[in-house]
Design a protein around this ligand. Structure first.
Ligand SMILES: NCc1[nH]cc(CCC(=O)O)c1CC(=O)O
Length: 316
């Protein structure tokens, strides 16, 4: 017997970006909804974030750039659902929108991708590592400092996954760091030399999870999406996103937040770095017994506590 109320079959349109990864994710949601008896079409859209490729996202207004156009499609009724990488979804959605589903998380970790170097310790003198993420930059700087490698340079790298891999293959970088989830979803898992353990490269809030956004006040959509929700993933990302929210809400901060749920225990770690000074990272962690997986408020309270500990350590 289904553990959720069955929803009447609906005719649904999914708004999605048109990168290969975004389309994979939208197709995945489409297949899940079709398996529930709904009929689904995709509406592909180009966002500002896809158009601006020559500047670092944190300089042009953050990751909200990837979701705004999709929200417009929800607003004017061209689409019912927007599928996002949760990592790219701002902490506060604009009024009138809500996060209606978080699906089961893929591998949340970062991956080391390099044709020639097995790892950080293996980089030749003066090597260039590509990433535009402030989080990856400060965590890499920290790991390089521990190795005594002040010669390694970290250079910006933008574009969709295929573009980034092409730039690596053209020799512009010795290595790049990407989310394992995106590579695995696109069948590019063989490009991963190793995944970083969270101790070394603490993942971003929401990394590896898919979020589905809707216009508020559509209970029929919430019912249709209920079977796609993954309570354990949602509890973990709720805690992570609460850290980001408490640290200022922007997605373009040098902030990592990663939660794991083991035997009912929600364990959350966070790290903050200073890009300009390149000083040591501020780290904080805490845990709680989450007796009810649906108690997102408790998970968020844990996130707020960890953010307060980061601030007490000098972050922000
Ligand atoms: N910032 C871009 C982005 N947004 C989501 C993913 C894929 C992984 C995920 O679902 O978190 C990526 C690529 C990357 O960071 O390497």
């Amino acid at each position: 017997m289904a553990s959720f109320p069955a929803s009447t079959p609906l005719s649904l349109t999914i708004a999605t970006r048109e990168s290969r990864l975004a389309l994979w994710q939208a197709e995945h949601v489409k297949a899940c909804l079709q398996a529930q008896g709904h009929s689904v079409t995709l509406l592909g859209m180009t966002t500002l974030g896809d158009q601006i490729l020559d500047r670092t996202l944190s300089k042009v207004g953050g990751k909200g750039l990837f979701v705004k156009e999709l929200e417009t499609a929800l607003e004017d009724g061209r689409a019912d659902l927007a599928v996002h990488s949760l990592k790219d979804v701002p902490m506060e959605l604009p009024p009138g929108f809500e996060l209606a589903a978080v699906m089961e998380r893929e591998d949340p970790r970062d991956a080391w991708v390099s044709p020639h170097c097995a790892g950080l310790a293996d980089l030749p003198p003066g090597a260039v590592v590509g990433t535009s993420s402030l989080r990856r930059q400060v965590l890499l700087q920290d790991a390089l400092r521990a190795l005594g490698r002040s010669d390694v340079r970290i250079e910006p790298l933008r574009g969709n996954l295929d573009t980034r891999l092409r730039k690596l293959d053209e020799g512009q970088y010795h290595a790049i760091v990407l989310a394992a989830a995106g590579l695995k979803r696109l069948g590019l898992g063989d490009r991963i030399r190793h995944v970083f353990e969270p101790e070394t490269m603490l993942p971003a809030a929401g990394q590896g999870a898919l979020g589905i956004e809707i216009r508020s006040g559509r209970p029929e959509l919430r019912a249709a999406l209920a079977p796609l929700c993954h309570a354990r993933s949602w509890a973990a990302v709720a805690a992570e996103r609460a850290v980001s929210r408490a640290m200022g809400g922007s997605c373009s901060m040098p902030l990592a937040a990663h939660a794991v749920l083991t035997d009912g225990n929600l364990f959350l770690r966070a790290a903050w770095g200073d890009v300009a000074q390149g000083g040591p990272l501020v780290r904080a962690q805490d845990s709680l017994v989450l007796s009810d997986l649906a108690d997102l408020a408790a998970a968020e309270a844990l996130g707020t506590r960890v953010a307060a500990a980061l601030r007490a350590g000098g972050a922000g």
